[in-house]
Write a protein that binds this ligand. Structure first.
Ligand code: GLC
Length: 478
């Protein structure tokens, strides 16, 4: 299964307001079908004050007018289905927006301090205390992320009931599954004990204040499986559920009991180095149900993290692994980071205070045309073309990143069997999958290619015996 991640604000704008929307996604489904993906994951589209790019939901059953309507989502689900593509929505069960009516009217759904002040040392993921004073004067509430995102109390069965209802609501609209946000944050210590100081780096490269603590009591507490089970019950057994769990893969088991997949962030954060990549893949495979991802809306784009010269090899590695694979929009174009928030603009919505705008620039659809045809208006963030050209150009230029990704997706359908490590030269990651051999050169210099049969697909002109720097290939096993 290959899932294409869409950041709704930045995919395609249909009405000229400069912001991508659901009808815009509908009008570009041909691109997804051309690539050959099986599903699309649409980032949050619910009504939101956008303090966190829509991850601050003010109504789980609505669609923000900037993105369209509930009917637009139904139309998208049906249109995608006709092309053999499933629609997955992003659901944020850990917290709501502070502007969700529940926060005002049903405070019992949230986590409160028993004292008149923060009861412990917990920190928010973006820095600062995880406790803030309630604007309605009811004390102090918990927020694992921004202060505009109060945490729901998953120890209150009403919360599970409400969120399960949300998933059932969207299933009835034709949605096939969900990406579940920040699951490690659902359950906290009921005694609210202090987090101890960190003894080493955590998996997710977060804010330094957050990283200074080990999140022993502020996240991932026993019983979390029950919360995830409630989400499964709401979604139905046939829904595809992938969890974002910001923990090492060997701690995913209680979640995975009720999910189809979880993101293996070991691979995401591994240095572009054969041994590190191998360890990351091993960790994901050992946990079971790993899904693979090398890029998303929260971190610098692949080209900027591992170097443009390695992007094609990374795509080959990603798409050669067994289990679901996630591709972030623009990765098929080898799009790089953009400049981010325009100079002089305030760090306020729609811009991200944690500095992630640079990874969220709109898609360049055409070479010419105003704003590369992302919008007929003024784009919310500048549209920056990929060095190899827009989607339209890359679809016709032989050897373009997009054509390569498309060929990989097609070849992937023939890959079967488990990952079996092979020995290879220093800096070369090589494994077998049934009848096929995969080799990825991370050394930065030419290396000997592991012996194999016919090369079926390669990043750069590899000869029978040599793998150039940045080279990777899939060949027939002999
Ligand atoms: C997830 C999202 C991120 C968001 C956070 C809080 O990690 O990917 O964008 O800021 O959750 O909802």
């Amino acid at each position: 299964m290959v899932v294409y991640q869409i950041y709704p604000r930045s995919f395609a704008d249909s009405d000229g307001d400069g912001v991508g929307d659901v009808p815009g996604v509908c009008s570009h489904l041909d691109h997804l079908q051309w690539l050959g993906v099986d599903a699309l994951w649409l980032g949050p589209i619910n009504p939101s004050p956008m303090a966190d790019g829509g991850y601050d939901v003010a109504d789980y059953r609505g669609v923000d007018p900037v993105f369209g309507t509930v009917e637009d989502v139904e139309r998208l689900a049906a249109a995608a289905k006709r092309r053999g593509i499933d629609l997955l929505l992003d659901v944020v069960p850990c917290h709501t927006s502070i502007e969700h009516p529940w926060f005002r009217d049903r405070p019992e759904l949230y986590v409160w301090s028993p004292e008149d002040g923060p009861p412990n040392n917990w920190r928010g993921a973006f820095g600062g205390p995880a406790w803030s004073q309630d604007p309605h004067g009811r004390g102090w509430y918990l927020h694992s992320f921004y202060a505009e995102q109060p945490d729901l109390d998953w120890r209150n069965p009403e919360v599970a009931r409400e969120l399960a209802g949300v998933l059932a609501f969207w299933r009835a609209k034709g949605v096939a599954g969900f990406r579940l946000d920040a699951l490690q944050q659902l359950l906290k210590d009921p005694e609210l004990r202090d987090d101890p100081p960190a003894t080493g780096p955590s998996l997710m490269a977060g804010h330094p204040e957050h990283e200074a603590l080990e999140h022993r009591f502020s996240s991932d507490r026993p019983g979390v499986g029950q919360a995830v089970a409630a989400l499964r019950a709401g979604a139905g057994d046939d829904a595809f559920l992938v969890g974002e769990i910001g923990l090492p893969a060997d701690r995913h088991a209680p979640y995975l009991e009720h999910l189809d997949a979880s993101f293996c962030f070991e691979l995401f954060f591994a240095a572009w180095e054969a041994e590190a990549l191998k360890d990351a893949i091993t960790a994901g495979l050992a946990a079971g149900k790993a899904s693979w991802v090398l890029s998303n809306h929260d971190f610098p784009r692949l080209a900027d993290r591992i170097g443009r010269a390695n992007v094609a090899a990374a795509a080959l590695l990603l798409l050669a692994l067994p289990g679901p694979v996630f591709l972030f929009q623009g990765d098929e174009l080898a799009l790089g980071n953009g400049p981010g928030r325009p100079p002089g603009a305030l760090p306020a919505p729609p811009y991200d205070r944690a500095g992630r705008d640079a990874f969220r620039h709109p898609m360049p659809w055409t070479e010419l045309g105003p704003h590369h045809d992302f919008t007929a208006g003024t784009p919310w963030l500048e549209v920056v073309n990929a060095p190899e050209g827009s989607a339209k150009r890359q679809r016709v230029v032989p050897g373009s990143p997009a054509r390569f990704v498309r060929e990989l997706i097609a070849l992937r359908r023939r890959l079967a069997g488990p990952v079996e490590d092979l020995t290879a030269d220093d800096g070369v990651l090589s494994f077998r999958r049934g009848e096929h051999l995969v080799a990825v050169n991370t050394a930065g210099v030419e290396r000997r290619a592991p012996p194999g049969g016919d090369v079926l697909l390669a990043t750069v002109n590899r000869s029978d015996s040599l793998l150039p720097a940045g080279g990777a290939s899939i060949s027939q096993a002999v």
